[in-house]
Ligand binder design. Structure first.
Ligand code: HEC
Ligand code: HEC
Length: 299
């Protein structure tokens, strides 16, 4: 065996050990993240009990995107399989599946804190997008879930793969959303449902998980390269500068940009298409009022 070969073999051995050590740390960290417990003590939900509440719950379940991961009747479904990164499976939320474990307060804790009934964190459930949902809207959603017909569907389990564990270690994957949420008990209210900047900001909570806190666009954490970057939604040349309200409403309702090109299906426009005209107008007013940021250029 030549000296050169020995050196290469040795270097390969050393980097193999380094990779295994890195993986061991990533595995340990991503597992211990799931062993933490979180206390959730928000004030109890108050239910209106009227038809308006039931209708609002069903509407929000759709337009806030729950339907995208948990299915039309909350029967649960596999959402996204990113191979070695991991797989996301929305759980069956019908009374048959979770009724015994989740009362109304526990449901609210899952939705707004990403915390399960035993205080353990949920995996990948994007509670940071819902952490500011008002008490009334949360009650409406819980009521909707509790009124659904039971389903015995077993969609499977959410899992983190080896690449996902390393991404988590480097802060690139929101595996345990509860870690990034303030769990201080508080009362939450919402601006009136109307075409206002304030109500638009309230609705846009659900856009930040993908488009970034400042909505200036980003690569959605953990997505493979074939998924396009979530674009800049501010009024910058890299974003929506030059768009009209009608352009915005069309892209959400039909998935078509002003230049006629189609949006990738990873952008859940079909879900937001069910928003009312007033809701879409409110979102547009909020986006129009954002500071223009260069953010992520157009792909
Ligand atoms: C991006 C996908 C996604 C979206 C959007 C989403 N969820 Fe989830 N949700 C999940 C996943 C994944 C889990 C399972 C977490 C686990 O297994 O640890 C979950 C778990 C839950 C649970 C706990 C159920 C259980 O199995 O313990 C509730 C309740 C819940 N979600 C409600 C909602 C509601 C209500 C909405 C909308 C406001 C919503 N989710 C939106 C992915 C999602
Ligand atoms: C699950 C991730 C995800 C969520 C949640 C999401 N988006 Fe997107 N969005 C994307 C991706 C990815 C693209 C880029 C699609 C493409 O290039 O085809 C996109 C593109 C867009 C575009 C087109 C912009 C352009 O310049 O072409 C608009 C407008 C938009 N999103 C608005 C929203 C709004 C408003 C919300 C919240 C109500 C939202 N998105 C929530 C992922 C998301």
């Amino acid at each position: 065996m030549g000296k050169g070969f020995k050196r290469v073999a040795m270097a390969a051995g050393v980097s193999m050990v380094a990779v295994m050590a890195l993986y061991a740390v990533a595995w340990q960290q991503s597992e211990s993240a799931l062993a933490q417990t979180f206390a959730v003590n928000d004030p109890p939900l108050v239910f209106a009990g009227d038809d308006a509440e039931a209708a609002r719950g069903a509407h929000l379940y759709g337009v806030l995107g729950c339907v995208e991961c948990h299915g039309a009747t909350a029967e649960g479904k596999p959402v996204f399989d990113a191979g070695p990164v991991g797989r996301v499976v929305g759980s069956n939320l019908t009374p048959a599946a979770v009724g015994g474990r989740y009362d109304a307060a526990a449901m609210a804790a899952a939705i707004r804190h990403g915390v399960g009934p035993e205080g353990l964190p949920l995996r990948f459930m994007p509670a940071d997008d819902f952490k500011n949902l008002s008490d009334a809207d949360t009650a409406a959603i819980v009521r909707h879930l509790q009124s659904l017909p039971p389903s015995d569907n077993q969609p499977g389990a959410t899992e983190l793969g080896p690449v996902g564990r390393v991404l988590y270690l480097f802060g690139k994957l929101n595996w345990v959303p509860a870690e990034n949420i303030d769990h201080t008990p508080r009362v939450r209210t919402a601006p009136a449902s109307a075409p206002t900047v304030e109500y638009g900001a309230y609705l846009a909570q659900v856009c930040t998980g993908c488009h970034g806190q400042d909505l200036a666009g980003q690569r959605v954490p953990g997505t493979p390269p074939e998924i396009p970057v979530a674009r800049n939604l501010t009024m910058h040349a890299n974003g929506l500068l030059g768009w009209t309200e009608a352009d915005f409403i069309r892209v959400i309702r039909e998935g078509k940009r002003p230049d006629g090109s189609e949006l990738h299906g990873f952008m859940p426009w079909r879900v937001y298409a069910a928003m009312t005209d007033d809701e879409l107008r409110a979102l547009w007013m909020h986006l129009s009022a954002l500071p223009p940021l260069p953010g992520q250029p157009k792909a």
